[in-house]
Design a protein around this ligand. Structure first.
Ligand code: SIN
Length: 290
């Protein structure tokens, strides 16, 4: 019997784990309980964690192979698999990514083997008058798929789409101005587009999940540009309907883990300096979507 509590939110996604310290060695039995909760609830927070980058990397490795981020400049120094997400600037230099999570997305879906899960640990949370800002919102892609009409399910079955880091880069650069606009030549140092099914099967639960996102999905292949734009617009609007959503309101020390096949997510930018937000993150490689 595990001596920690797992408390589901009661919605389609989300649970919290209380009373577990992952900075210490975690037995196989305990890890198996955590992993089962993770696949059952898709977004799970382990509360009250104090973790160095090395400790976060060590716990993350229990799930599989950590991925090096394509942006070396947001790595956390001596632990290459840990990156920082923050709004903090120190000595004129941004620490970490200042514009991560601006669009709904699934992590690293632009790679042939996208992230299976992401672990995000709250080191600083923006709080004013007792209210924490900077929620991360999640949308269940299994619930979103289930709710489609049979006609639409039939239409999108077997479709593939291009997921593009390069497309996302310049979209973000133009819209938010945090990163520079790059030429096609400059973008070549980043991965080429990955073609993935629009509906993928979860490799563990077997559930069908929608796998297109406004952040990275550039076009649906094998159709005209106009058809692709129309189907993607319809799906992007559909996946974020309130019934499929869960908002994580952060507390200091939260270690949040999410399943990048079962959900997509988006950060909330409702705080500004002097309020500070600092997160350390690790992503774990998944399998080729099918
Ligand atoms: C992300 O998109 O990975 C970051 C989410 C967040 O900062 O809330």
């Amino acid at each position: 019997m595990a001596d920690f509590d797992i408390r589901p939110t009661g919605g389609p996604i989300g649970a919290e784990i209380i009373g577990l310290d992952v900075s210490k060695p975690v037995s196989d039995t305990v890890f198996s309980d955590v992993e089962s909760a993770f696949y059952r609830h898709s977004v799970v927070v382990i509360r009250d964690q104090t973790l160095s980058p090395a400790q976060l990397a060590a716990f993350s490795r229990r799930f599989g192979q950590p991925q090096a981020n394509v942006r070396a400049e947001i790595q956390k120094g001596d632990v290459p698999e840990i990156t920082l997400i923050s709004n903090i600037t120190e000595n004129g230099k941004r620490i970490g990514s200042h514009d991560a999570g601006r669009y709904w997305h699934s992590d690293l879906c632009y790679l042939d083997k996208p992230s299976k899960l992401t672990l995000l640990h709250a080191l600083e949370v923006p709080v004013r008058d007792g209210v924490a800002y900077g929620d991360t919102r999640f949308a269940s892609m299994a619930a979103a798929y289930d709710a489609l009409s049979d006609d639409l399910k039939e239409w999108i079955d077997g479709l593939k789409a291009a997921n593009s880091y390069r497309y996302m880069w310049n979209k973000k650069a133009h819209e938010f101005g945090v990163r520079p606009v790059l030429s096609d030549k400059e973008l070549e140092k980043y991965p080429p587009d990955a073609i993935h099914p629009v509906v993928r099967t979860h490799p563990v639960t077997g559930l069908k999940c929608l796998y297109v996102c406004e952040g990275y999905t550039r076009e649906s292949v094998d159709m005209t540009e106009a058809e692709s734009a129309a189907v993607l617009r319809q799906l992007f609007e559909h996946v974020v309907k309130p019934d499929f959503l869960y908002a994580h309101n952060w507390r200091l020390g939260d270690l949040l883990m999410w399943d990048n096949c079962a959900v997509q997510h988006k950060a909330t930018f409702d705080y500004e300096p002097p309020l500070r937000r600092l997160m350390q993150r690790c992503t774990i490689e998944g399998s080729v979507p099918f």
